[in-house]
Design a binder for this molecule. Sequence first.
Ligand code: GDP
Length: 627
Amino acid sequence: MKKKQNFGPKMSDQKKSGNSRGNNRVSNFDPSRRNSKKEEFAKVNGGVFVYSKPLSVAELSKAINVPSTEIIKYLFLQGKAVTINQMLDDDTIGELCLQFGYDFKKEQNVDAAHFEELKIEDDPSLLKERPAVVTIMGHVDHGKTTLIDAIRSSHIVDTEAGGISQEIGAYQKEIHGKKITFIDTPGHAAFTAMRARGASVTDIVILVVAADDGVMPQTIEAIDHAKAAGVPIIVAINKIDVPGANPHKVLEGLMAHDVIAEEYGGDVMCVQISAKKGIGIDDLLDMVLLKAEMLELKANPARYAIGTVLEAELDKGVGPKATLLVQNGTLNMGDYVVVGETYGKVRRMTNEFGTIMKTAGPSAPVSVIGLADVPSAGDRFMAFPEERQAKEIAEKRQLEKTAQQRAGTAALTLNDLNNLITSGKIQDINVIVKADTDGTAEALKANLEKMSTDTIKVHVLLASAGAISDSDILLASASHAIIFGFNVRPDARVRAMAEENKVEIHLHKIIYELLDEMEAALKGMAITEKVESVTGEAEIRHLWKMVHVGTIAGAYVRSGVIKSKEKVRLIRDGVVIYDGVLGSLKRFKDDASEVKQGYECGFTISGYNDIKEGDVVEAYEMVEKKD
Ligand code: GDP
């Protein structure tokens, strides 16, 4: 296509531009961002005009370097009178592009507020090799923790010596000039909890199998979980130093589960190690590097960071502290990070040795301070250059989350657990543990997960120190989880939020009572089934709207009795519109605790105002079922 010389694209623009991030992109994430913090939504790339949102005449003029008077003149001659700020439709943009010598293309712009769904397609020329992210799994006591420690303490370079403090639950090792990222939380429970939340962080699973014990139930589970996630396995046959260790038995055992070692003609790398004695660790690391090379793991360090929260806690001194794994892009000190429904500025960023980092590239785990709230493990995060963007996106996410919850399903209750289990409707029980200390949280987590049976799995999605927060309620609601609090109490706001989202919070001060409660619920013991019993019905006849109070309904009690603060359902045309609690109840001007059949009354419904004339309010209570 011939270009009009005087209106041609500027070379400097052209160089920086390009459809470099594929079609599914967020407009703020230009790899050239270090040159310009300005939002770009239209540009010229090699004679093709690429844009992603409706443009005004002025914006188009600037982007294609054609004076707006020319555009207005051309459109005028076509019989269209436009002003400089008028928005142009796609057809007109296309027509103008062709007229002024450009081909054109509209890119679909994924809403940055839904960055979890973002499929990033970086320009291959911008991709750089990135370290593999490795998780260690295996049966209990097969040596996962010992292996993690052995890897941690191997290949320590001088500069790090003495600094092997386990500041964060992930670390990088440099072997033959290449890095590997290890995630400390061993086991498939954490891995799956992440996956359940839509986060996949692991590239390679090291499956630890003790040579003196062979393939055990959790070995099989780990295999299943790794396979379900499509993550390749490297087998570390551990404890080869133990007399009577039988590596071949392990390999045969694995074969029964479709994990076929290379020496048996399969494609699974296996290595014999002793985590305790430090035997074979280097071979294992070499294998990880080899596998990583085969996987051709790549990322684009030039974009803003996107990644996943590995762990988070409320630090008494510095506030919310999170370990983030950068999965693509580079996280910089000072970036604004949206995570969950909150955002914050990266005020301090450190690696596993507590060393301050100014930037963290793909596959780097970093501890970050500056978030507004404690996120949940598995939350995705995205970095933005400007506070305004981060704030807007976080607010949008919060609104959407609230809307979803309004419409959403109820979270799990301990009471209906046994029914769901026996009817086979539930195999996974999600639990969130908040405790006063990390140690207690971990202990509770371990003990709760031990209650898992062959058919029922107790997944502790989050076990951490700190008060029960908004984000805990959100997590519980999103993943149908029950919250256990140990020596912590939610404040009134969080309590209200839990009630609204129908999230159950169980508070305890004695560990065994907490565990007993869960055990009983699992076994269906001491759980009396409760059923609903309708106690009254009132018909809405008038409405008043009052500032600070909301909608007051004037109603006639058709049957039974209506009491203040009791559970009510709002029914419109036979459909339950809202399920909540009655607010204040009045008979004429006086407060009333109850109003009986045949009388008029006025009331509000707590936290709900969308009441209409003709609606019916049904009061009900939960009573123990009598056989
Ligand atoms: P985990 O439950 O999988 O994390 O297992 P641990 O790492 O806690 O190990 C369980 C036990 O096995 C500990 O007593 C370790 O010292 C021991 N152990 C781990 N690796 C080896 C090994 O290579 N050789 C021997 N002899 N013992 C080991």
